[in-house]
Design a protein around this ligand. Structure first.
Ligand code: SIN
Length: 305
């Protein structure tokens, strides 16, 4: 009788395969890791993108899930215009914005801040019924060191699960709640709380509308409960999934320099910002592009057990 090899001799936990063989004509693309993340050169985000540049930036985002640009100097209006090429802009339900520009979210932490944005793994505003498809963060002021952002591929996290676990999660839904995230969070900046913050139910595994790939879609920031299973089972399952997703195998880490831009796809990526630079200042703006309601289309090859 053949026994399976011991766990430590069963080969790599993830096999990401090769990137697209189609060369880019207007960009150069340098991968950060084989799993996710690429630095893009050859494009000035302050100028209107040509049709081919737009198509290639969209393709780079689909292939790499989060893309980075260095040495960019967009004005607030140019930053907003870049975001608008990818769709209608999303307006944050709570965070402060630049004066007169409600779609330009301020990202700032300094020596007086009681908190910094994004310190917990999350997908942006997943409590919305139609959460953002992408976020475009421009950081113009960096601390001397630190302030990195970590990104994790939820495709890789899903792919690394056993078929039994994929089967278990197939078709489950979960509650994403903004209440505990936003209430009182921006009080020090003079923001008055709304009477209600968004709360939505989304599939635990979502099918990406562009690539068709499956991605885990629960996160520590917003997801409070898996529906249709007992509360203690939901709690244990979320704990397991949150720990699983945070495996460094699925991550890349971006080291900001002044005037860098990161554009991530919230449908397949989670991120976490490091506030390790106090008392220094890190500052910029985020433009967020509206997405559609998450859905789940079961894979035909998912084994039934
Ligand atoms: C966020 O949008 O969650 C903040 C990310 C960051 O500041 O790096």
């Amino acid at each position: 009788m053949n026994h399976p090899a011991p766990a430590h001799l069963q080969g790599p936990r993830i096999k990401t395969g090769q990137p697209s063989a189609t060369p880019y004509q207007t960009l150069s693309v340098k991968r950060l890791t084989p799993v996710l993340g690429a630095e893009i050169e050859g494009i000035d985000l302050s100028r209107e993108l040509s049709a081919l540049q737009f198509e290639e930036v969209s393709r780079a985002l689909a292939e790499h899930q989060v893309i980075f640009f260095r040495d960019q100097h967009p004005t607030p209006e140019q930053h907003l215009a870049f975001g608008q090429r990818f769709g209608q802009l999303h307006r944050h339900p709570a965070a402060p914005h630049a004066p007169g520009l409600p779609d330009l979210m301020i990202i700032q932490a300094d020596e007086h801040s009681p908190r910094a944005n994004g310190e917990m793994w999350h997908s942006d505003v997943s409590c919305d019924a139609e959460p953002p498809m992408g976020s475009i963060l421009y950081i113009h002021t960096c601390p001397p060191s630190g302030g990195d952002t970590l990104f994790a591929s939820m495709y890789a996290a899903y792919d690394a699960l056993s078929d039994r676990m994929k089967q278990y999660l197939s078709g489950l839904t979960a509650v994403h709640d903004g209440e505990h995230v936003y209430r009182g969070t921006y009080a020090n900046l003079g923001v008055q709380d709304k009477s209600l913050y968004p709360r939505s139910v989304h599939p635990v595994v979502r099918t990406h509308p562009v690539t068709g790939r499956q991605a885990l879609y629960v996160n520590r920031g917003f997801t409070t409960r898996i529906l249709g299973i007992p509360a203690d089972e939901s709690e244990a399952m979320l704990r397991l999934l949150f720990t699983h997703m945070e495996n460094p195998l699925f991550q890349c880490r971006f080291r900001w320099e002044p005037h860098s831009v990161a554009f991530w796809d919230n449908r397949c990526v989670q991120h976490r910002a490091m506030w390790d630079y106090w008392p220094h200042t890190r500052s910029g703006f985020r433009v967020t592009v509206l997405g559609d309601a998450p859905f789940y289309q079961p894979s035909s090859d998912l084994a039934t057990t």
